[in-house]
Design a protein around this ligand. Structure first.
Ligand code: AMP
Ligand code: GLY
Length: 417
């Protein structure tokens, strides 16, 4: 199969790395790609969110299968445009991508199908949001609707903080919801219409600072599997959350196809849905890809062409850990252009791959171009060993303008200790 991969981040570098190890992948094109992806694929500079440009490229290059990495092309209808011309695509339609694009849509779907999630109200004005606060205990959670890359959420620990957050957001669609207490885990499921199967779990680290402090980011590191999501809890989450969602989307005439990423809160009364994403997580994808065995490209193609029943994903029993190296200033304004060296030294550590999240080549030198710059990933028999390897690799990298968290995996490692 000639495959086209859309996207330009660390998730896509991990997908490209794994796709090109698949026997059924004969060639890989990436749009727009990045210098890391260019190790495995030919990169073409087109806008992945422009459906006409993607269809043109796919036709010109004789592409048989398109894998969409990020959510933006999905919400823009790129998968619909490809399906309309008969090209297989891994990723949902724009209508099904609402599961990520609209928090209100997802909350209503949960309510209609008795899917466990935080109690909520949808409002459209700041005044209505303020009035709704009376119906919730403190802490309370305030979410701007629409794609917000994790930045539109405030967990308000006081009533004053909740009021300030509403005032800052102003009028506009918002969801106010009950605070859920517990540990978070990410569950990735392959979905094909009404059918769903679990693929893998991971745990992300959203806060910028060690000990989970400071502002939210896109994710500073991840590990897989998330041991807190036991086999029993994973089965419960599939049965009570993911499977009813797949059935409801299919019944509504907007069947989901692709990977559904359930952000779960493991509460005392069981898993509850925090949010859905309609794509792999970043950096969770970097942690999951090294654990997937078999022909990954063929597996995604089976999902895309309605043959989920033929698939039984097998995952390595080994553990993986990904540490994100970000540019100083992230998640605010990251220092641009910092020189990066030592990636080969890092990859000389056993089981380590360094995925590129935000890099570019400037006059022959690899430099940072973005907030999250590298996603250093290690695989090993145990999580503790994966941690030792990943930090040895991180320490081999020269990136004076970068920083990272030293405590990725702390919750799981504390549980074993
Ligand atoms: P979201 O963008 O919906 O994933 O929210 C970002 C983060 O806010 C989540 O990863 C949680 O840490 C936190 N969060 C969101 N909703 C809730 C909730 N109802 N209760 C507790 N924490 C939440
Ligand atoms: N790491 C969280 C996300 O990809 O949304």
């Amino acid at each position: 199969m000639k495959i086209l991969l859309l996207g330009a981040g660390g998730r896509e570098d991990a997908l490209a790395w794994r796709l090109t190890q698949s026997p059924s992948c004969t060639s890989l094109l990436a749009a727009p790609g990045n210098p890391g992806i260019a190790r495995w694929a030919r990169c073409v500079a087109i806008d992945p969110c422009d459906p006409a440009a993607v269809v043109d490229l796919a036709r010109r290059e004789g592409i048989e299968f398109v894998v969409v990495g990020p959510e933006a092309p999905l919400v823009a209808g790129v998968a619909d445009a490809l399906r309309a011309v008969g090209i297989a695509v891994f990723g949902p339609s724009a209508a099904a991508a609402q599961l990520e694009g609209s928090k209100g849509f997802t909350k209503d779907l949960c309510a209609a199908n008795a899917i466990p999630t935080a109690a909520y109200v949808r409002v459209d004005t700041a005044a209505a949001a303020l009035a709704a606060l009376d119906r919730f205990a403190i802490p309370v959670v305030i979410k701007a609707d629409g794609l917000a890359a994790g930045k539109g959420v405030t967990v308000a620990l006081t009533r004053a903080e909740a009021e300030e957050s509403i005032a800052r957001a102003g009028d506009g669609p918002m969801v106010i919801e009950e605070f859920l207490d517990g540990e978070e885990a990410s569950l990735f499921a392959l979905v094909d219409g009404p059918h769903a199967i679990a693929l893998a779990s991971a745990q992300d680290h959203k806060r910028v600072g060690e000990g989970d402090t400071g502002p939210n980011t896109g994710g500073m590191g991840a590990y897989s599997p998330a041991s807190v999501l036991t086999a029993v809890l994973e089965e419960q989450a599939m049965r009570e959350i993911v499977e009813p969602t797949a059935r409801a989307m299919a019944a509504a005439g907007t069947p989901f196809s692709g990977v559904l990423f359930a952000g779960l809160m493991l509460t005392r009364s069981g898993p509850a849905l925090i949010e859905y994403n309609v794509r792999f997580g970043d950096p969770e994808c970097e942690a999951i890809m090294p654990r997937i065995e078999g022909d990954f490209a063929a597996m995604l193609h089976d999902v895309a062409t309605g043959r989920l029943a033929d698939i039984a994903p097998t995952l390595s029993d080994e553990a993986t850990m990904t540490v994100v190296v970000a540019a100083k200033g992230y998640p605010g304004t990251p220092t641009p252009g910092g020189a990066i060296a030592g990636i080969e030294r890092a990859e000389a550590v056993g089981g380590v791959t360094v995925f590129h999240a935000g890099t570019r080549i400037n006059e022959g030198q690899l430099v940072a171009s973005g907030g999250r710059v590298l996603a250093v990933t290690a695989r090993a028999p145990t999580l503790g060993q994966a941690r030792d390897r990943v930090y040895r690799a991180v320490d081999a990298i020269d990136f004076a303008d970068g920083f990272h968290r030293r405590d990725i995996g702390w919750r799981a490692l504390e549980r074993v200790a």
